[in-house]
Design a protein around this ligand. Structure first.
Ligand code: AMP
Length: 143
């Protein structure tokens, strides 16, 4: 299975925000859209950074509520790990585990082309395992 196969089902839409948007406004978007991370981009194509709910919690813990009015570019992660459409899900899963990240934007020809979350990866792996089990059952029972 590839990243492409997940994007075919979930679509390629990615919620982005501009670097000058406040962390407070981004926290509201995360809550309203029930997502865990937002890609920061000046033009909606190039990935300039990422901010996850974990970053919001860290900001509040370290600096208190007032820090939420700072622009996201002051707190976002700038070195973003990305993947390509043709990458295998197993490889994205290994990257998520090794880097302790739960979101990996998909980039194609330098432009944002989707996002894969750890939830998408787990769902896809479960479906694959169920499919394999079904094939084995059919093989054993002779159908
Ligand atoms: P998450 O597991 O997505 O909630 O993110 C945990 C931490 O890793 C946060 O500090 C994020 O800003 C950062 N992070 C999330 N996704 C990525 C990514 N694809 N590349 C680099 N850092 C990331």
């Amino acid at each position: 299975m590839t990243v492409e196969s997940i994007l075919r089902i979930k679509g390629t839409e990615v919620t982005t925000a501009r670097p000058d948007e406040s962390i407070r406004s981004i926290a509201r978007t995360l809550a309203a859209r029930r997502i865990g991370a937002i890609v920061i981009s000046r033009d909606g194509r190039k990935v300039d950074g990422i901010l996850s709910e974990r970053d919001v919690v860290r900001v509040i813990a370290e600096s208190g509520d007032a820090a939420l009015d700072a622009p996201v570019e002051t707190m976002m992660t700038r070195t973003v790990v990305t993947c390509g459409r043709r990458d295998r899900i197993e490889s994205v899963m290994a990257t998520m585990t090794a880097r302790r990240i739960r979101h990996v934007p998909v980039v194609e020809d330098g432009a944002l082309a989707g996002i894969i979350s750890i939830g998408d990866v787990v769902k896809s792996r479960l479906e694959e395992v169920e499919h394999e089990a079904q094939s084995l059952r059919e093989y054993i029972s002779g159908y």
